[in-house]
Each structure stands twice: as structure tokens, then as C-alpha cells.
Write a protein that binds this ligand. Structure first.
Ligand code: GDP
Length: 313
């Protein structure tokens, strides 16, 4: 990213890939996200990933080491498109789920188009291979028409046959994600700066007030930070991870629930850290004023066009 060029290369550290699961309805996106959640090697101790906060991170055994992968926990490309519309590019890799007993369907094609136009590498999960009528080879053949050529067909796209239901080959799929990230992307971020990132989910909770799931893109987010997310602002009062565990800081590619903002931002809003409360408020107020002005201008324009149409009658 252009922004990263400003920082000294030596300050950059590798960060986990952020993955979105896409594909046609009923092809198994939700089930797959569920199966992946269960693979987390450290989850066992703290009772597993119990909280649906909009994103989660799993640790995967990889070449004698353990590496993290972050998943956006909203299946489908609506979230992906909504975030892109706000200019947020949170996804590094897309897992395209295609049911092996069905085949390439309209939303499969849409997902491919979204990922390809955003320049996001695709890993294909050929799902439901436990079904007797599944035909994984047919999926591979079909997808060549969309420039997704499997490695075994001489291409460079990783296809993994999985069963989300039987939780089969999920480890191979995660391995393929890491291999694709290493081969095609250089995922680095500087953790030693103020956090920047995206609000991927936000809602008003009766007891807890504004609850925002923030995905840190660079820097480190800390309890006590003065945050601005879209037009919302406030001091970070507490943070929780996907295990419901309280955390005091969150580095690059880590999703956390943030409590303490005075209002609710929109999904896809970017966030930043201000030097103090007053500045945070000023930034938020300025943005709100700019949006009101833009809306007013739009309404004026619409009204004058209607007047014009009326006059022509
Ligand atoms: P989504 O709409 O893409 O999120 O699809 P779901 O995850 O909701 O799955 C749709 C249906 O397919 C559900 O009834 C799942 O139980 C079923 N399903 C998902 N994955 C598998 C699989 O690997 N094998 C089988 N046999 N069924 C699956």
C-alpha cells in the first residue's frame, strides 16, 4: 500500500492474512466458517471461539510453527461489497466455496468478479465432497472458464476438496491460504504506531452501549485510545477478542470488540486514533458536518431538477 511506503521498511513486520469466504447460497459458507472456527489450536484452553463478533482469528500449525489467519465471519459478498463501497479493502484472500454436487452458479460468478476486480487472490474450496453425487473434477473444469485454473491442471490456483459438514481437509484449506498468501502477497504492517483500520460490524447494545468490531490494519489499538470511526468517536473503554476475553491491545489483522464510543459507526467505516478526546470529537464533528452539507447539496440539486421537469410540462 502507498501509505506503508512512508514508513521505514525495517519497522514492518509480517501480519496474518485477512480472509473472506464467498460463494453461492447453500454451497456451505456458514458451515465452512464454523468448521474453521473449530480448528483453532489454542481455542481449546479458553473454551473455543464462542463469540460471533464479525471476525475471528485462528492459529494454524504450519511448517513446525504456528501462524494466524483472520476470517471475516460474515458469509457472502454483501459485506465485502459494502466495505469496498466505503473504500475499505480489508480482504487479502477470498475462499471461493463451490458445492461439488452442484457447480458454478450465478453468485459463484459474482464472487469471482468481485475478487478479481479487487485483485484479491482466490483459493477454491470444493465443498460437500462427502456427498455421493459430488463431482469435484467437474468444478475444476467449470472454473477454468473463469481463469481459475487448478495447479493440477497447470494453473496457479489452489483447489482443496473439503467437507465442511464432516470437517474434512479444513487443515489443507488453511495451509493453501497460507501458501497463497506467501506466494502472492507481502503482508506487512508496522505495529509500532497508532492504530488504523476498519469497523467491520457495529451495533448498539442495551447494556454495553456502542459495540464496534474493529479490524486493525496497522499499528496497535489500546484501551484508553481516543478513537474516531466514521462519525463516531470516544475513548476505548474495554476490548474483547473472539473468545470473549478482555484484551488491552490489538495489533495488525486482529479483530476486537471495542466498547466506549459515544455513538455507532457504520460497517465499513475506517477508524483512526486521535491524540486526545477533543481532537477525536472535532474530527467526528467535521465529518458529520461535511456529510450534512453533501446531503443538502444533493437534495437541492434534486429539487431544482424536479422544478425544471415541472416547468417543461
Ligand atoms: P451458505 O448459504 O453458503 O452459508 O450455506 P450453509 O453453510 O448454510 O450450508 C447450506 C446447507 O448445506 C446446509 O444444510 C448445510 O448443512 C449443508 N452443507 C454445508 N456443507 C456441507 C458439506 O460439506 N456436506 C454436506 N453433505 N452438506 C453440507
Amino acid at each position: 500500500e502507498a501509505e506503508e511506503l512512508e514508513t521505514d521498511d525495517s519497522e514492518l513486520q509480517s501480519r496474518p492474512p485477512v480472509v473472506t469466504v464467498m460463494g453461492h447460497v447453500d454451497h456451505g459458507k456458514t458451515k465452512l466458517l464454523d468448521a474453521i472456527r473449530h480448528t483453532d489450536v489454542v481455542a481449546g484452553e479458553s473454551g473455543g471461539i464462542t463469540q460471533h463478533i464479525g471476525a475471528y482469528q485462528v492459529r494454524v500449525a504450519h511448517e513446525g510453527d504456528s501462524r494466524a489467519i483472520t476470517f471475516i465471519d460474515t458469509p457472502g459478498h454483501e459485506a465485502f461489497t459494502a466495505m469496498r463501497a466505503r473504500g475499505a479493502k480489508v480482504t487479502d484472500i477470498a475462499i471461493l466455496v463451490v458445492a461439488a454436487d452442484d457447480g458454478v452458479m450465478p453468485q459463484t460468478v459474482e464472487a469471482i468478479n468481485h475478487a478479481q476486480s479487487a485483485n484479491v487472490p482466490i483459493v477454491v474450496a470444493v465443498n460437500k465432497v462427502d456427498k455421493p453425487d459430488s463431482n469435484p473434477d467437474k468444478i475444476r473444469a467449470q472454473l477454468t472458464e473463469y481463469n481459475l485454473v487448478a495447479e493440477e491442471y497447470g494453473g496457479d490456483v489452489m483447489f482443496v476438496d473439503v467437507s465442511a459438514k464432516e470437517r474434512m481437509n479444513i487443515d489443507k484449506l488453511l495451509e493453501a491460504v497460507l501458501l497463497t498468501a506467501d506466494a502472492e502477497l507481502e503482508l506487512k504492517a508496522n505495529p509500532d504506531s497508532d492504530a488504523r483500520g476498519v469497523a467491520i460490524e457495529a451495533n448498539l447494545d442495551k447494556g454495553r452501549g456502542s459495540v464496534v468490531t474493529a479490524l486493525v490494519e496497522r499499528g496497535t489499538l489500546r484501551v484508553g485510545d481516543a478513537m474516531v470511526a466514521g462519525q463516531a468517536y470516544g475513548r476505548v473503554r474495554a476490548m474483547f477478542d473472539e473468545h470473549g476475553k478482555s484484551v488491552t491491545e490489538a495489533g495488525p489483522a486482529r479483530p476486537v470488540q471495542v466498547l466506549g464510543l459515544t455513538s455507532v459507526p457504520r460497517a465499513g467505516d475506517s477508524f483512526l486514533i486521535a491524540p486526545d478526546d477533543r481532537t477525536a470529537r472535532q474530527i467526528a464533528d467535521k465529518r458529520a458536518a461535511a456529510e450534512r452539507a453533501a446531503q443538502l447539496a444533493k437534495r437541492r440539486k434534486r429539487i431544482s431538477l424536479e422544478d425544471f421537469d415541472e416547468a417543461l410540462k
